[in-house]
Design a protein around this ligand. Structure first.
Ligand code: FAD
Length: 310
């Protein structure tokens, strides 16, 4: 792993740095390459362009780690607004939403989990009314059990709700077995947070090997695997495993982030695969951007230039 990864991931959670950096406009070079804009209109416009290109979308209203009930409520309202706007734009056949439970109340006092569940339910209901779905993003390992618990509750009423598992966690292969049941939508990613060695693989090779083991479980299972990676080897292995398990395109999907490998997103879609692009939007882009820089520290100088010239 890059030497800069851990420090950048720790900075991702620094409130002080966040305050300074978020004064940079979303239009600044590096931010704009990962985040299409701040408003629902910006997000729906980006979704429309991607759908017109044959891609699917999942919209993420940026924000995380709130301990404030009012902030959680504003996030829910932003999602309800986005779902209505997607409906008006006729995009809900191709676009869903991704939700971080820490943005809708998971950390708000002792009843935070209950609040997050109720808020997630409201978003799931609105999504269903618009004919689309919700996926629960996965955050750091301290929230995994809580998030999977809330997912279980939500799936009783909204079985279409997507889960996310992270191959860097040692527990994830077992979680894949648990979640590989019929109708279960599971996004598999490598994982984007700073995690201790007690719970996570530290070497890139170990994370990749775990990713392949998890893919084998998901592709041979009864669920709907969502292969979230830009790594050409993981994409190729997913294709091989899908074919080996007799899966047709459409019985699984690829997912990539907005602005990363867009030509590969289009190439896969043109070859008949389902490809979903994760589109983050909003003013709270700091944590998201820092995690992307941690994955690609080469972009750091580009980021610093944007910051200095703001
Ligand atoms: P890597 O080995 O990191 O990258 C492979 C190649 O992709 C690189 O060589 C490079 O060419 C390209 N690339 C990767 N990152 C960048 C970048 N930032 N800028 C430019 N090029 C890049 N993580 C979570 O912890 N929870 C989630 O809920 C979650 N949801 C996700 C949803 C989607 C749709 C995707 C694609 C990722 C999500 N992630 C999530 C992030 C994920 O865990 C990884 O941190 C991220 O995808 C990088 O891993 P990778 O598999 O692309 O492989």
């Amino acid at each position: 792993m890059s030497l800069l990864r851990q420090p950048l991931l720790l900075l991702a959670r620094s409130g002080g740095v966040k305050k300074v950096v978020e004064t940079m406009p979303v239009s600044a070079g590096i931010v704009r390459s990962y985040v299409p804009g701040e408003t629902t209109t910006d997000a729906v416009r980006a979704a429309g362009e991607l759908v017109a290109d044959g891609l699917h979308v999942t919209l993420d209203h940026l924000g995380e780690d709130t301990s404030d009930r009012g902030d959680a409520e504003r996030t829910v309202e932003a999602y309800l607004d986005a779902l209505t706007a997607l409906g008006h734009a006729g995009l809900t056949h191709g676009a869903e939403v991704s939700v971080k439970l820490s943005a809708v109340g998971q950390y708000v006092g002792e009843s935070g989990e209950q609040l997050a569940l109720e808020n997630a339910r409201r978003i799931c209901r609105a999504a269903r009314n618009q004919g689309t779905t919700v996926t629960l993003d996965m955050e750091d390992h301290t929230t995994t059990d809580s998030t999977l618990g809330i997912l279980r509750e939500l799936r009783q009423d909204f079985p279409e709700t997507g889960a996310v598992l992270q191959s860097y966690l040692r527990r994830t292969e077992e979680d894949c077995h648990q979640l590989a049941y019929e109708g279960s939508r599971v996004r598999l990613c490598k994982g984007a947070y700073a995690e201790p060695a007690s719970v996570a693989f530290e070497e890139r090779l170990e994370v990749d090997k775990s990713y392949v083991r998890c893919l084998k479980v998901l592709m041979s299972g009864q669920g709907y695997p969502m292969v979230a990676s830009h790594d050409p080897r993981m994409v190729a292995i997913a294709g091989t495993l899908a074919a080996r398990n007799g899966r047709e395109p459409g019985s699984y999907e690829y997912q990539m982030l907005y602005g990363i490998r867009p030509e590969e997103q289009r190439r896969l879609a043109e070859s008949g695969e389902t490809v979903r692009v994760y589109v983050p939007y909003g003013s709270e882009w700091y944590g998201y951007l820092m995690r992307r820089l941690a994955e690609r520290p080469q972009n750091l100088s580009f980021f610093l230039t944007s910051l200095i010239s703001k």
